[in-house]
Every structure is written in structure tokens, then in C-alpha cells.
Design a protein around this ligand. Structure first.
Ligand code: ARG
Length: 702
């Protein structure tokens, strides 16, 4: 018999919408139909009373949301953990709920002041009483979860709410009798969905769609199989009935205006644990500190976003604002996440952005030896593009050959000094020591430079729109010129589109005029360039007329054949078989290039490196020490180069696909710029601008 279940409800005598603290309330301020609300509430009350006992707390004037008794607290046996409301608009309810619980003989527990917790809105007991599902993200602080675990002596599973329409856990998640779970997966982040999937077997999970979710289908009162809810779809009704639930749907529209429905209007007072519960909570935390141009450079925002989007939460423990424009600010943060894995993910991103551990004692990096060649110890630290240091024997060592996606190996120098170096997993040798975990690792961010007003193009990883292409090109031309004139190094990474768009001669002229110190590409760019020189076509298409040439498809293979006959591009140039083009200029000027092969290559050309590990090494060698890397329409090779390039190198990525540009330009550094445009347009503007600066124009046949 279900009469043993007890609920607490509060009549809507003073219910209204006086303020907006969730998206449902907006547009509804003072737009309630009080009479209808009262009828709807009475109907719910009468329905619940058929199956359970209902206690009532006296409504109080001035506290319009008090009807939502689910937020009074979280009850377990005779203990209640009283809510600490996040919004001042509801904080006044606490004293009335507290008085009611005390008058009924409950043991009333409270969380520390200021630690937001909204009761059974965000804390739902598994129906078999084995653990507590706890939500966070909007109303309840993640920091409250470990306290719930210890106060109630049970396991807490933290779920991260990410859609503000579902701001309380009970708006999108409803544990049901017989182990079923009704929920709306899109309201949670990926980790949380995984947590749910790991705990609740697939045949017990009832995932609902957006339409039912927006009708508060998860906000239901389940009384041992009697399921009382706001209007549900016929489909969901069938699903539930097929699983043995008796569905009673009511109209609760006046309460949905405030962001609540059946479950929010009730608080279950009879909650019990199963005997085999364990106190456990996965929530972990650590303190970090950070110093730099936190506000000017938007770094603080980025860091806090990283924490929140990674599923964590934070508390600012200290903050000191730099008083002058160039004075650094500093902050100490306490970062908390729902599991060690999530915390590690968040911390490694923060460390990559320059944060350091603020734990009392900075400990030496944890070094573990490699036991299998080419395999790192399990917890190895993954490198970023930022200059990194590791603490070894109490001394911070700089890491050499910085690149991303590597490990840090600590070796000894000949003089017996330790030395840290970035090493790819495959290059690790047995016995080598590798940095594991995050302790004793820090990255060093360059202090922000004073920017001149003209310096627009390399600022803040900006993505230029079409309108800004010309401005960006002017700036890039200026930079290229500077680098050339001081004997610096510009590397071009180019895809075959450069040739297809008819821009081969522009790039060739850049090589000829000394603007390029190395070219990185694949087999295709070289074959197309040579074909264009030999036949005026690219993959059989006449570049002047833009039309396929009769029999032109053979040009491509004939080109490859010719170069193979000579043994190399250089030999073909020497023999006079090739007399213009990008690679002709490279050979003539002794400009090195590296061509990386791929599965789809024809030929390949003798120079194309089909051993990809060797090709990566060749690329790395050529890109080393570059001042500027110009990436022209090749996602594959550009990302490859981006990975091996440390922060501080200016990357200019030009691609018609914004996704490629965003991926490469967003390196969290000032030096990257992305330009979403046609590479042909870009190169012709660039060449025009460069030669305008240095008359007379030395470009042939453009
Ligand atoms: N207007 C209330 C608020 O935003 C609605 C509470 C709904 N309660 C719930 N348990 N989801 O706080």
C-alpha cells in the first residue's frame, strides 16, 4: 500500500511571479491566472492524497515560490538538509521551512552560509535508496555534494546541468520505481550522460525528447508506479504504461510559468536508504594560481569558462588587480570537479594556459620510467604548445623542443645535469623517465606586449572576415618583408588549391624574391605545380580558360613519369625539363621543401616521403626556428604543422573553410591569425601589396 508515502505541499495562496530567476519566468511576471493556479494545485493535491499522505506547510506572504516545496530541503529518514537558496528572492523561505521541519521533530542540518543547495530540486535519491543523484551547474554548488555525502553518509553521483531551461535536476531527471529512470539526456554534459549510462542499465533508461522535456515530463511524482505529471505525449504515456506505470496527467500550466510542475510542488518526506549504501563522492578539488594580464587579455574569463565548460566549478580565493595597465593581476582559484578524471582534464588545460599549483608545497614532478619502448607510462603528462617547465630535484627546468601532444622526458646531460625535452610517445626508450600527472609542471606565458594601434592582425587570434582580408594582407605583407629583410625564416605550408586557383606563379614569385625559406606540402601540390609548368593544366584542367583539356587527365601522370625518369625534381630542373613554377624556384634558390605522402597519392614523386614518421620528422626539421608559418588551404598539413609548432611562432592560416581557420588560429596566443577567404584572392592581394612596397613589380605572367 502506498499510503505510507508522505509528501509536503504548500498551498498557492501567495503564489505569483514577482521576479525572474529562471528562463520560464521571463515574460510571465504578474501574468498568472490565480484562480486557475489554485484549481490546478487543488487537483494535484487531491490526486496525490489518493495514494499518499500529504502534510501542509503554511504559505507565507511575500514568498511566492514557497509552493515549490521540493526546494525546502532534502529529507532522509528523520534528517533534513535545509536548502540554502542561491537567489535572494527565495532565501526568505528558509526560515519557514526550517521552523516546519523542527516542529515535526526532524534533525535539521544546514550547509555553510553561502553554499548554494536547493534541496530535492537538485538531490534525488535513487529509488532503491542506494545512492543520491545530485545536480549542479545552476542552483546547487558542486562544492555542496561532498558535504551531502558526508552528512547523509551515502554515495553522491554528481550530474552537470548545462541547459538553463532545466536548471534543477528534477526538471529533467526522474528516478522511478523498479529501477527505471526517466530523463532528458540533452540537459546534461557528456560526462554526466556517461555516469548515468554506467549506473542505469539501458533497458531501464527512458530517454525523452525535447517536446516532453519542455512539458516537464520528468517533473513527476511517482508513488510506487502511479505516475502523476503535467500533460505528456501519447507516445510517452504508452512507453510508461508498457512498463507498468499508471499515468495520471494533469494540467499544471500555471506553475510551468514559474518553471515548476508536479514534482516541484511536492517534497517527499519518506525517503530511506537501502542498507548497503556506501559513503563515497567522486568530487575532487585543487587550488591553482595564475598571474598575468588577466583582465586585459581576457584570460580570467577564458580560465573560468574552461573550468565550467569542463564540468567543474570554482571559488575565487584571492584576487589582486594590477593597478596600472601593464601591471599583472593575480588570482587564486579553488577548482572542483565531479571526478578525478574531469579535474585532471580541467587542470591540464589551465596549466597549459599558464596556471600553477597553489598547493602549499610545490612538489617535484612525478617521474616514471618507460618499461616498453614507444609506450609512455599510463599517467603521462601531455604537452601543449606553450613553453613549459618541470620541477626536478627542486629546480624548474625548461622543456626543450616544445610541441603539443608529446610527453616530457627527463634525461641527464653529459655534465650530469637533468634536462627536460618534449618527446613523442613512439620515440620513448626503455628506462627513460617521463613526467606523469600534473604536479611540478607549469607553463610560462609570455607577458602581454604593449600593442600599437596598427597591430591589428596578430591580435587575439582574430578571425578576419572578408572585409578585413585586405587590411590583414597589408599587415602580413609588412611582416613578411621584415622577416625577409632581417634574414628570418618564413615557411609556407601549401595545398594543391594554390595551383588550382591559378596562384602558382604568385607563390613562385614569393620564393624567387626571397620571402620563403621552406615549403611543406604533399605529393599533390608538387605534381600540380609541375603539370602546370609542363602543360598549363592542373589535373587536366586548363588554368587560363578553366576548362578540361582533351586528353588532359594524362598530364598528371605524364608529369609524374617525367620526374621519375629524371630521378628527382632537382634533376629535372637541371636537365632543363622544368623551367618555371614553385618547385623550379625552390631548386634554383636552394629552398628546401618536404613533401609528405598519403594513401591517395599517384606516383609518388621521388621526393615524396611515404614513410610518414620520417615525413613528420622532415617537417619538424624544416619548421624549426620559423618566425612565420603561412598555411595556405591545406587542413591536413596545416594541422600537422600546428601540432609541432610551439607558441610564439606567427601562424597565418588562410582557408575558405572557417572550421580549419578556427582550429588553427585559436591557439590562445596573440600570434595566430586566421583568414577565411579564397586562397587565390589572398595570394594575389599579398603579392600585389608586397611588390607595391618594393617597386618595380618583378612578377611575370600573373
Ligand atoms: N520559480 C522557482 C525557482 O526558480 C521554481 C522552482 C521549481 N522547483 C523545482 N524543484 N524545480 O526557483
Amino acid at each position: 500500500m502506498t499510503r505510507s508515502i508522505r509528501y509536503l505541499m504548500c498551498a498557492p495562496d501567495h503564489y505569483d511571479i514577482d521576479y525572474i530567476i529562471n528562463p520560464w519566468m521571463s515574460g510571465n511576471v504578474h501574468r498568472l491566472n490565480q484562480g486557475l493556479a489554485s484549481q490546478q494545485w487543488q487537483q494535484l493535491y487531491a490526486t496525490v492524497r489518493q495514494y499518499a499522505q500529504v502534510e501542509r506547510v503554511k504559505p507565507e506572504r511575500g514568498w511566492p515560490d514557497m509552493v515549490f516545496t521540493a526546494n525546502a530541503g532534502m529529507v532522509l529518514d528523520r534528517t533534513v538538509i535545509l536548502s540554502t537558496f542561491r537567489h535572494p528572492e527565495r532565501q526568505g523561505e528558509q526560515q519557514y521551512f526550517e521552523a516546519w521541519f523542527a516542529s515535526q521533530g526532524y534533525i535539521v542540518r544546514k550547509l555553510p552560509d553561502g553554499m548554494a543547495f536547493e534541496g530535492a530540486g537538485d538531490a534525488l535519491l535513487d529509488r532503491a535508496g542506494r545512492w543520491l543523484w545530485a545536480g549542479y551547474g545552476f542552483r546547487t554548488a558542486l562544492e555542496a555534494h561532498p558535504l551531502l555525502a558526508s552528512l547523509l553518509d551515502l554515495e553522491v553521483l554528481s550530474l552537470h546541468l548545462v541547459d538553463n531551461r532545466f536548471y534543477h535536476l528534477d526538471t529533467c531527471f526522474c528516478p522511478l520505481s523498479n529501477g527505471y529512470l526517466l530523463y532528458y539526456p540533452n540537459a546534461f554534459d557528456t560526462y554526466s550522460n556517461r555516469t548515468i549510462e554506467m549506473r542505469v542499465p539501458e533497458d531501464k533508461r527512458i530517454a525523452i525528447g525535447e517536446a516532453d522535456a519542455l512539458n516537464f515530463a520528468c517533473n513527476a511524482v511517482d508513488m510506487d508506479g502511479t505516475f502523476v505529471v503535467n500533460r505528456v505525449s501519447a507516445e510517452l504515456r504508452d512507453t510508461l504504461e508498457a512498463r507498468g506505470f499508471a499515468v495520471i496527467d494533469l494540467d499544471l500550466s500555471e506553475f510551468i510559468k514559474a518553471g515548476g510542475a508536479a514534482k516541484c510542488l511536492t517534497l517527499r518526506l519518506t525517503e530511506q536508504l537501502s542498507p548497503e549504501t556506501v559513503e563515497k563522492v567522486a568530487v575532487c578539488s585543487r587550488s591553482i594560481s595564475f598571474e598575468g594580464q588577466l583582465l586585459d587579455g581576457n584570460l580570467l574569463n577564458e580560465m573560468l569558462d574552461t573550468i565550467v565548460s569542463g564540468g567543474g566549478s570554482f571559488q575565487i580565493e584571492q584576487f589582486q588587480l594590477g593597478e596600472q595597465r601593464l601591471n599583472p593581476s593575480s588570482v587564486k582559484l579553488h577548482v572542483c570537479a565531479a571526478s578525478a578524471l574531469e579535474l585532471d582534464d580541467i587542470l591540464s588545460q589551465l596549466i597549459a594556459r599558464g596556471a600553477t599549483s597553489a598547493d602549499e608545497f610545490v612538489r617535484n614532478a612525478d617521474l616514471q620510467s618507460v618499461v616498453q619502448a614507444g609506450v609512455a607510462p599510463e599517467e603521462f603528462y601531455v604537452t601543449s604548445i606553450y613553453p613549459t617547465e618541470v620541477l626536478v630535484c627542486g629546480e624548474w627546468l625548461p622543456v626543450f623542443n616544445q610541441r603539443m601532444d608529446g610527453t616530457i622526458a627527463v634525461t641527464g646531460t653529459e655534465a650530469g645535469q637533468p634536462r627536460a625535452v618534449c618527446r613523442l610517445i613512439r620515440d620513448l626508450q626503455v628506462g627513460e623517465l617521463v613526467v606523469c600527472g600534473l604536479q611540478g609542471v607549469r607553463t610560462v606565458r609570455q607577458p602581454a606586449r604593449e600593442r600599437s594601434p596598427q597591430e591589428f592582425s596578430f591580435m587575439g587570434s582574430s578571425i578576419s572576415s572578408e572585409r578585413r582580408v585586405e587590411l590583414a594582407v597589408d599587415r602580413i605583407a609588412w611582416e613578411l618583408r621584415q622577416v625577409r629583410d632581417r634574414g628570418g625564416k618564413t615557411i609556407v605550408v601549401a595545398g594543391p588549391v594554390v595551383i588550382h586557383t591559378g596562384c602558382g606563379p604568385h607563390l613562385a614569385s614569393l620564393v624567387r624574391e626571397g620571402y620563403v625559406q621552406g615549403i611543406l606540402g604533399g605529393n599533390a601540390i608538387a605534381v600540380h605545380d609541375l603539370e602546370q609548368t609542363l602543360y598549363g593544366t592542373s589535373l587536366g584542367v586548363d588554368l587560363q580558360r578553366g576548362q578540361a583539356v582533351k586528353g588532359g587527365h594524362r598530364h598528371h601522370l605524364k608529369t609524374i613519369n617525367l620526374i621519375r625518369q629524371h630521378g628527382s625534381i632537382a634533376a629535372a630542373v637541371e636537365a632543363g625539363a622544368i623551367s618555371s613554377g614553385i618547385f623550379y624556384e625552390c631548386v634554383r634558390r636552394g629552398i628546401p621543401f618536404a613533401l609528405a605522402g598519403s594513401i591517395r597519392d599517384d606516383g609518388p614523386l621521388p621526393e615524396t616521403q611515404m614513410d610518414l614518421m620520417q615525413a613528420q620528422a622532415d617537417y619538424a626539421e624544416l619548421a624549426k626556428g620559423a618566425d612565420i608559418i603561412l598555411m595556405l588551404s591545406t587542413m591536413l598539413h596545416s594541422i600537422g604543422v600546428g601540432n609541432m609548432t610551439p607558441a610564439g611562432v606567427k601562424l597565418i592560416c588562410v582557408d575558405i573553410n572557417p572550421a580549419v581557420v578556427t582550429k588553427l588560429a585559436d591557439r590562445g596566443s596573440l600570434e595566430s591569425v586566421g583568414i577565411v577567404t579564397d586562397v587565390g584572392l589572398f595570394l594575389s592581394l599579398l603579392v600585389q601589396q608586397l611588390y607595391r612596397m618594393e617597386k618595380p613589380a618583378p612578377i611575370e605572367q600573373i
